[in-house]
Design a protein around this ligand. Structure first.
Ligand SMILES: Nc1ncnc2c1ncn2[C@@H]1O[C@H](COP(=O)(O)OP(=O)(O)O)[C@@H](O)[C@H]1O
Ligand SMILES: [Mg+2]
Length: 255
């Protein structure tokens, strides 16, 4: 592979390795995401999906390999160099990470207050639009504790969008919600990708979500990216663990 990052890759892992002591989590993992594309990262629990997202955000550093984010090689970036990157690329954490003491509206307004010198009226309108976009407009004055897990995720997505990112990283957006809510969240992520032309990475073990959203899929197993390609290609993968995932999902549908 050439040394300089090809510009067509918005995000790229090049032979990325990451260990915590003896725990070798990622072992020369490579994949890339082109602008406007959605890539799903699949794999069993503990395989390094969230760690991969943290490396993209610069919260964790790779031990070796190169990491491209927003078209820039961030491998050696210091904390302050990551700040402009984090304006372009935001993450929606699994737990939503909302501020418990702030209302839904104030949670979404938070990134707006930090920037841009907007008036209160402008903030109100932007928040209104964002809440409407994710379908929780009538919950504006409620506290996070009043909301279901799925609603909290929707609010967290609205807050992520308030910063007008180019790219959103979603960590397990449909885990621990009922099937209907999982479908709504999947539809929402798909709609946002189209409307806002977002580049996205969706970490999940929900194969149906991957099928719905992903242009391409990375399958992590025992530290390696054992598959990287389209969902249709993945269905033909000879890897036993990939086939197990696909069959488990068929069982779920039949159940
Ligand atoms: N900050 C950390 N310090 C030490 N070990 C960690 C840290 N973050 C994650 N790990 C370990 O890395 C492995 C992968 O974790 P993670 O990426 O969260 O898995 P998942 O694929 O379920 O998201 C796990 O064994 C986890 O215990
Ligand atoms: Mg995780």
């Amino acid at each position: 592979m050439p040394d300089n990052a090809p510009l067509e890759h918005y995000i790229e892992f090049r032979e990325v390795s990451k260990s915590f002591g003896d725990n070798h989590v990622l072992d020369r993992v490579s994949f890339n995401v082109v602008p406007g594309e959605t890539v799903c990262i699949l794999g069993r629990s503990g395989v390094g999906k969230s760690v991969s997202l943290q490396i993209i955000m610069g919260f964790l550093k790779a031990d070796s390999g190169r990491v491209i984010v927003a078209g820039q090689d961030i491998t050696g970036y210091a904390e302050e160099q990551m700040e402009p990157i984090r304006k372009k690329v935001t993450i929606v954490f699994q737990n939503g990470a909302l501020f418990d003491s702030l209302t839904v509206g104030e949670n979404v307004a938070f990134p707006l207050r930090e920037t841009r010198g907007l008036t209160e009226q402008e903030i109100y309108q932007i928040v209104d639009g964002l809440l409407e976009m994710v379908g929780v407009q009538e919950m504006r004055d409620l506290l996070p504790s009043d909301l279901s897990t799925g609603m909290k995720r929707s609010v967290a997505i609205a807050r992520a969008l308030a910063a007008r990112p180019e790219c959103v990283l979603y960590d397990e957006p449909t885990t621990m919600v009922d099937p209907l809510m999982a479908q709504l969240l999947g539809d929402l992520i798909k709609r946002l990708k189209i409307q806002l032309k977002l580049t996205s990475i969706v970490v999940t073990h929900d194969m149906r979500l991957a099928q719905k959203l992903a242009e391409r899929v990375v399958f992590l197993h025992e530290g390696r990216a054992i598959f990287f390609g389209t969902y249709a290609e993945m269905e033909k993968s000879p890897e036993p663990i990939v086939q197990e995932f696909l069959q488990l999902d068929e069982l779920k549908i039949e159940a």
